[in-house]
Design a protein around this ligand. Structure first.
Ligand code: NAD
Ligand code: DAU
Length: 349
């Protein structure tokens, strides 16, 4: 059945993989990608599908209430997959207000527009809110985040995401808004902005620059290949139950320092350098304020209910990821010129 779906943040890292998957898999759908094109949004990520007949790009800001209302009038959306956000924890520490505006106010603008557009006609409609495991806070050495784990966000970023999750559930409860939420662990893969650990370190190794490891490096994250996240989003969008939350994760925990050492080894191989070359660049630096110690996701609800599992083993995903960044140096060089240099100086000097 044909549908018109609004995907927000589709020019970003995860959003571009979701747009590509939906556009390729559902030729009968109309996919509208709404993105403000902040520093993190890049239309280069979508070059291969930009001429598809079922794809439309709209440049706009989810914080602009009038614009969002007009967009919902222009298109008769059947669904929203909401990914647009400020997404980097370090930036949220420097500038929390940007996160409140986009992640909280922007989400409520979208909810209001969807509520008004779908009023009395909610059948077949869906507001899919893409969220993060960081809303659950930080774990000790054991335990996993379940969908029922209480929220305990610790950074301005995770607080803004937690707030937006609460608003989505409140609109479901109060106005009967059909919704699903997913909370995913750390993504890696092609097209990630090089402020995040893996692309930052890949780029620094390529350029012989220091690898800034925060604190003692013993912080733990669960890593998932971005295409597997997009596949999970597709599954949940089409088969998830109204009002439910699904955790998405890679069943793949690493301490940062162990992950970085594996990355260094693979980078030496990929660049044809002597073993140990990249590891010599490791430099322990001041810790991130309020740094969450450990995230770990139990994704068994998604596995058992909808039959989703990560398709890629981590080592395979990492090799593919390195190959993509080394094969797309121009993509990296374009986004690391200009403003990125100022960000880097401010964050790391
Ligand atoms: P990203 O920073 O790479 O991309 C965000 C996109 O949103 C960019 O294209 C940007 O231009 C756009 N955007 C930002 N502000 C906007 C605004 N006001 N109006 C319209 N567009 C705007 O982020 P990402 O890593 O792809 O994350 C996407 C979503 O997934 C976010 O909601 C994030 O919280 C969530 N998430 C990310 C991860 C991860 O590991 N990256 C894990 C779990 C959940
Ligand atoms: O868990 C999901 C979240 O994962 C998403 O919601 C966020 O949008 C995404 O940015 C990511 O958050 P993290 O803070 O975990 O990702 P980041 O890549 O910034 O950092 C990963 C780990 O590496 C973290 O423990 C901090 C550490 N780190 C990061 C950078 C950028 C360093 O040691 N040095 C660095 O320079």
């Amino acid at each position: 059945m044909s549908k018109t779906i609004l995907i927000t943040g589709g020019a970003g890292f995860i959003g571009s993989h979701v747009v590509r998957l939906f556009s390729n898999k559902y030729p009968d759908y109309k996919i509208v990608n709404l993105d403000k094109l902040t520093y993190a949004g890049n239309l280069e990520n979508l070059r291969d599908i930009e001429n598809h007949a079922n794809y439309i790009f709209e440049k706009g800001d989810i914080v602009d209430e009038r614009y969002i209302k007009d967009l919902f009038s222009k298109y008769n959306f059947d669904g929203v997959v909401h990914l647009a956000a400020e997404s980097h924890v370090d930036r949220s520490i420097t500038n929390p207000m940007e996160f409140i505006m986009t992640n909280v106010v922007g989400t409520v603008n979208l909810l209001n527009a969807a509520k008004d557009a779908w009023k009395g006609n909610e059948d077949g409609k869906l507001f899919y809110h893409v969220s993060t495991d960081e809303v659950y806070g930080s774990l000790g050495d054991t335990g996993l985040f379940l969908e029922t784990t209480s929220y305990d966000p610790q950074s301005p970023y995770s607080s803004s995401k937690a707030s937006s999750d609460h608003f989505v559930r409140a609109y479901g409860n109060t106005y009967g808004m059909p919704f699903v939420i997913s909370n995913c662990s750390n993504n890696y893969g092609p097209n990630q902005f090089p402020e995040k650990l893996l692309p930052l370190f890949i780029n620094n190794i390529r350029n012989g620059k220091a690898l800034p490891v925060y604190g003692d490096g013993k912080f733990t994250r669960d890593w998932l290949y971005v295409v597997d996240h997009a596949i999970a989003i597709d599954k949940i969008y089409h088969e998830g139950r109204n009002g439910e939350t699904y955790n998405i994760g890679g069943f793949n925990e690493w301490t940062n320092i162990d992950l970085i050492k594996v990355l260094c080894k693979q980078m030496d191989i990929a660049l044809g350098n002597a073993a140990g070359t990249a590891e010599n660049l490791i430099s322990y630096v001041k810790d991130r304020p309020g740094h969450d110690k450990r995230y770990a996701i139990d994704a068994n609800k998604l596995k058992n209910e909808l039959g989703w599992e990560p398709s890629l083993q981590f080592e395979e995903g990492l090799v593919k990821t390195i190959a993509w960044y080394l094969g797309n140096k121009e993509w990296m060089d374009n986004i690391t010129s200009g403003d990125y240099q100022n960000y880097y100086k401010q964050q790391y000097s």
